[in-house]
Design a protein around this ligand. Structure first.
Ligand code: ZN
Ligand code: ZN
Length: 365
């Protein structure tokens, strides 16, 4: 298999980002990514896709879109849309119709940052998914680094007893300079929802992203970009596994990547604590299956996990841990029940146990 590291959620000047495509591509090259998908709010930007190169390497830049209903209050329920090749923002007022239109156009879509916190202290809207129920979407953005940061900020502020006016700025500054100290993993409610849907027999694919905007913020004399694109491209990414290598042909390579994303031949990796490249989760039965595939459960079926460095590995079926290893690089398990099996790996980083790798499921039938 050929592994590519990519990031699939970011913004340019076309919406509320702070850079143009070519500059973001240079940041992605600097961070070592293989592909990025730019998702401006309610605008599908045509004509910018392709390979961007400089002396440090090249990256494949694709465009998708992050769609939501701008007349909704708050402007929540954001949908990440890929592979549609046309503008669908007109469908935004009716989320289920929007999802169905994406699928009818052969695209895939993910509920962006589905669970956010309500904040009592400062007026920041909860931009999670509010328009339940919906169905027929490809999956969930289980980890959005910017959303994790905001949640950590809300938690920190709500723990503060007094002098909020002064302390919230100090906390914000500390957080802004050290986001990696505060972000511990995906939102637990999103993982719980994922497990609940998998237990019902649904196929639900996970992605993890930066949601990079490059937005500058100032705290008194301090001014800082929160957070630079390049920093975020070294944090939470989606790694896809391809059957064939990229060829350099835009149309061909694009289909290869979009298919792997839609099928869930991928995992979410937090590359900052330790690179996640090389993680594998597979099933051996009659033939071999990878993440996102269905594999027949028979007497010889074995699930195998290997990680690029020592970690705490948990194999999860429908929310239950069925096997685990502490501080190891391998886990092998012989499953006895059908269902969707997924892997979570955590490791200690900056004094805390942090989420590191979240695989897509293998579906044992
Ligand atoms: Zn969003
Ligand atoms: Zn966004």
């Amino acid at each position: 298999m050929y592994e590519l590291a990519g990031n699939m959620h970011m913004h340019t000047f076309y919406s509320d980002g702070e850079k143009w495509h070519a500059d973001i591509a240079a940041d992605a090259i600097a961070a070592g990514l293989d592909f990025i998908i730019v998702t401006d709010h309610n605008v599908w930007v045509d004509g910018v896709e392709g390979y961007y190169e400089n002396e440090n390497g090249r990256v494949l830049l694709l465009t998708g879109e992050e769609i939501h209903n701008v007349r909704r209050e708050p402007q929540a329920s954001h949908l990440l849309v890929y592979g549609v090749e046309t503008e669908l923002a007109d469908c935004a007022p009716y989320p289920q119709q929007l999802i169905d239109a994406v699928r009818a156009h052969g695209g895939c879509c993910f509920l962006a940052h589905p669970h956010e916190k309500d904040c009592r202290i400062f007026p920041y809207p909860n931009l999670g998914w509010h328009d339940w129920p919906v169905e027929n979407y490809t999956g969930l953005e289980i980890w959005n680094y910017m959303s994790s940061f905001v949640s950590a900020l809300v938690d920190a502020l709500e723990r503060l007893p007094v002098q909020i006016e002064l302390l919230d700025k100090l906390t914000a500054v500390r957080l802004a300079f050290n986001p990696q100290k505060f972000v511990v993993g995906p939102e637990p409610r999103t993982l719980a929802l994922w497990d609940e849907l998998l237990a019902k027999g649904k196929r639900v694919t996970a992605v993890g992203n930066s949601d990079a905007h490059g937005t500058p913020m100032s705290f008194g004399p301090l001014k800082r970009i929160i957070f630079p694109y390049e920093f975020l491209f070294r944090a939470v990414n989606t790694h896809v596994l391809l059957e064939r290598p990229l060829t350099g042909d835009l149309a061909y390579d694009k289909q290869l990547i979009l298919k792997a994303i839609g099928q869930g031949h991928s995992f979410v990796g937090y590359d900052l604590p330790h690179p996640t490249k090389g993680f594998r989760f597979s099933a051996t039965s009659k033939g071999k299956g990878i993440m996102g595939q269905e594999v027949r459960l028979n007497a010889g079926a074995t699930l195998q996990i290997s990680t690029p460095t020592r970690a705490n590995i948990r194999l999860i079926r429908h929310g239950e841990v069925v096997a685990s290893m502490q501080n190891d690089t391998h886990l092998t398990h012989i499953p006895t029940e059908p269902g969707a099996y997924r892997v979570e790996c955590t490791l200690p980083y900056l004094g805390k146990e942090r989420g590191w790798i979240y695989s897509n499921p293998i579906y044992l039938l």
